[in-house]
Write a protein that binds this ligand. Structure first.
Ligand code: MG
Length: 290
């Protein structure tokens, strides 16, 4: 072997061992294989960022403070439309949404992302049956705290009633309060007037309890006017201003929700490209450099 060849081989070996050559080459190939998908950044943030975890912990820390305030103030209710009559001496309760409020389903989001799938009830129910949802940081600690103070913890979920058994098993394994001899899981479709709008289920809770807090990740967890246009949603949100951060606490969820579907009139049958165009058209831009 000539000296030149020996030197060239040495340089190649050095590049291989430091990764200066292999890294970018392998990276370039893999980068081409990653399809463009609008879920990527939101899924990365909710599943992997410490920023998301800190956000969730912040909301549940505020929830403990609000719970103590609410217990001390018998005029306090988180269900202004449903809580009727002389409710001050009813036993206390909190109502929480489940998905992306206390359960992290990012494994399902990433499955969709990596397999070019969109949401379907069929695959979602199969995911629920696997009982692999994780607890959102702070959720178990907060619900246990409420339970320890004698506050009944109700779950108002738009998971289908058929998933209740698996949802209960998943949450029990994670350590959530299960309600004892009270059925604290109010699933969509479990009763005939229990649709996706949640007021009718809150009304069931307020018959026997004073609702101290409502927690969710979607406007619809608080207000039945969620399935309207973006402008109507904003007006409804503003009319609820007295409750945000007090009786009503919202967890962040950039991966899905009525904020998204509002841009395309909640028409889930609309082709994906048209849904995407509607979102593109909905956002506002700087005019750019002069
Ligand atoms: Mg939710």
């Amino acid at each position: 072997m000539s000296l030149r060849k020996i030197l060239a081989a040495g340089v190649l070996l050095a590049m291989l061992s430091t990764g200066t050559m292999v890294g970018p080459m392998v990276g370039a190939v893999r980068a081409q294989e990653v399809p463009p998908n609008d879920l990527l950044l939101a899924a990365l943030w909710t599943q992997k960022s410490v920023e998301y975890k800190a956000n969730a912990l912040t909301v549940f820390a505020l929830a403990k403070i609000r719970l103590d305030q609410a217990l001390a103030d018998k005029s306090w209710t988180a269900a202004p439309n449903e809580q009727k009559g002389d409710f001050g001496n009813l036993p206390p309760a909190v109502v929480l949404d489940v998905d992306e409020t206390i359960l992290d389903n990012s494994l399902y989001q990433v499955w969709m992302l990596k397999n070019n799938q969109t949401f379907s009830t069929k695959t979602w129910n199969q995911f629920c049956a696997d009982q692999v949802s994780l607890a959102i940081p702070g959720a178990v600690e907060f619900t246990k705290y409420a339970d320890s103070k004698g506050v009944k913890v109700f779950y108002i979920s738009n998971r289908d009633a058929s998933t209740e058994k698996d949802t209960r098993a998943n949450m029990e394994k994670l350590g959530f309060p299960m309600g004892g001899n009270v059925d604290t899981f109010l699933m969509q479709g479990e009763q005939k007037d229990w649709g996706s709008a949640k007021s009718s289920r809150r009304a069931v809770v307020t018959k026997d309890y004073r609702v101290l807090l409502n927690m969710g990740d979607n406007f619809g967890d608080f207000d039945d006017r969620y399935r309207s246009s973006p402008a109507e949603r904003l007006a409804a949100f503003e009319s609820d201003m007295a409750y945000w951060g007090k009786q009503w606490l919202m967890l962040p969820n950039p991966t899905y929700g009525s904020f998204d579907s509002a841009t395309y009139s909640h028409d889930f049958k609309k082709p994906a490209a048209e849904q995407r165009k509607a979102k593109w058209d909905a956002i506002e831009s700087w005019t750019g450099p002069k």
